[in-house]
Design a protein around this ligand. Structure first.
Ligand SMILES: *Cc1c(COP(=O)(O)O)cnc(C)c1O
Length: 365
């Protein structure tokens, strides 16, 4: 049968398009956007300087290898720049990996409350998404391994995960890798790695260095405060870098992003301040919400998942409306399997204190 109009590839129309965090609160003068895990500290002034220096040269194509950026990342993380590939946000990388390693008939695994982009990219590649149950809102290594079949090609794991903020200790990730057939690619998405302060956490660098089937993706969108520029990168074995380099756009990272990213990653003082701010507010917010009788998923990231009540009057939906009316824009997470929770990005002291006060009012009414 021929169709009378262009037909998207199989899988495409099964995609539920990603809905970004809201940024507006209608009719409210001062809005606190706490819906996309952006940093409250802004980006490095060095990034802005690097961009300004390029404004008179916008007619030039960027360096297609993102050399300056790869070298800066390699320097800071102690890696070989040849094992780094940069992208237009790490979301682009997730898509490139799916495009490179998945096709119709293949299966790819992601977890119950895992980042939604995985499922989208699996479907876009024509492969079959396999969603694996978590245990206590944390990825379950045994369940993932039990879901592997002869068709499995890729496993996507956010560590720490968004929107839960939970993480797998290094030993668990190592056990996952050890249990996977060597032809299955393990993608460790470490978007929030810089925020994690746990001795048993490792972002993936060690596992990539010692394996042929593991890659780690990172982003400049979170702790570096450059979400608007779209910069991501991957640390991967040479054959995987080589394959993805053939698939990606030749100039996938723009010139401003290359220069700003290279400057930003060397501003270690800003990263330290951001970690300190997070270390102060993560326990404080968690304790404040728990003190109100709300359950909070234990987070190691720059956000908390707050679970609301089942009494009909204090649900996440009602809380969301209440908070938005006061200018506090949090994230609904129904699409992540949490219809009665809100995810709150840790904001400025003013924003955090404002949410605490607003939720106290909300729960007392
Ligand atoms: C925010 C986030 C990213 C980063 O995406 P970018 O495209 O780099 O902005 C990746 N993975 C997870 C789990 C995230 O929450």
């Amino acid at each position: 049968m021929t169709s009378s109009r262009p037909t998207p590839n199989p899988g495409v129309m099964d995609i539920a398009a990603y809905v970004p965090g809201r940024e507006t609160a209608p009719g409210v003068a001062k809005v606190y956007k706490l819906s996309s895990n952006e940093t409250p500290l802004g980006s490095s002034p060095k990034a802005a300087e690097a961009i300004e220096a390029l404004l008179g040269r916008l007619e030039l194509y960027p360096d297609g290898q993102s050399t300056a950026l790869r070298e800066a990342i390699a320097e800071v993380h102690g890696l070989n720049p040849a094992n780094i590939l940069c992208s237009n946000g790490s979301d682009e990388l997730l898509g490139l990996l799916a495009q490179t390693y998945l096709g119709p008939g293949d299966e790819a695994i992601y977890t119950e409350h895992g980042f939604l982009v995985y499922k989208i990219q699996i479907l876009a590649s024509g492969a079959t998404p396999v969603c694996v149950k978590e245990a206590d809102e944390r990825a379950d290594v045994d369940a993932i391994l039990a879901a592997v079949t002869g068709r499995t090609k890729v496993v996507f794991l956010a560590n720490p995960n968004n929107p839960t903020g939970t993480y797998l200790p290094f030993e668990e990730v190592r056990r996952l890798r050890a249990g996977l057939p060597s032809q299955v690619l393990l993608v460790l998405d470490a978007a929030y790695a810089e925020y994690v302060r746990r001795n048993d956490y490792e972002s993936g660098i060690e596992l990539v260095s010692s394996s042929e089937n593991v890659v780690m993706t990172r982003t400049f969108s979170k702790i570096y405060g450059l979400a608007g520029l779209r910069i991501g990168w991957m640390y991967a074995p040479a054959p995987i870098i080589d394959a993805v380099n053939r698939v990606r756009g030749p100039f996938n990272v723009n010139a401003l992003a290359i220069a700003a990213g290279a400057a930003a990653i060397r501003d270690r003082a800003l990263v330290e301040r951001a970690v300190e701010h997070n270390e102060t507010w993560l326990p404080r917010l968690t304790a404040a919400f728990e003190g109100m009788g709300l359950r909070v998923t234990p987070s190691v990231g720059n956000f908390v998942l707050i679970h609301f009540l089942d009494d009909g009057r204090h649900t996440a939906e009602v809380a969301d409306a209440f908070l938005v009316a006061r200018g506090f824009v949090l994230r609904r997470v129904t699409g992540y399997g949490f219809p009665n929770a809100l995810r709150m990005t840790i904001g400025t002291a003013e924003a955090n204190e404002g949410v605490i006060a607003a939720l106290k009012d909300f729960l007392s009414q």
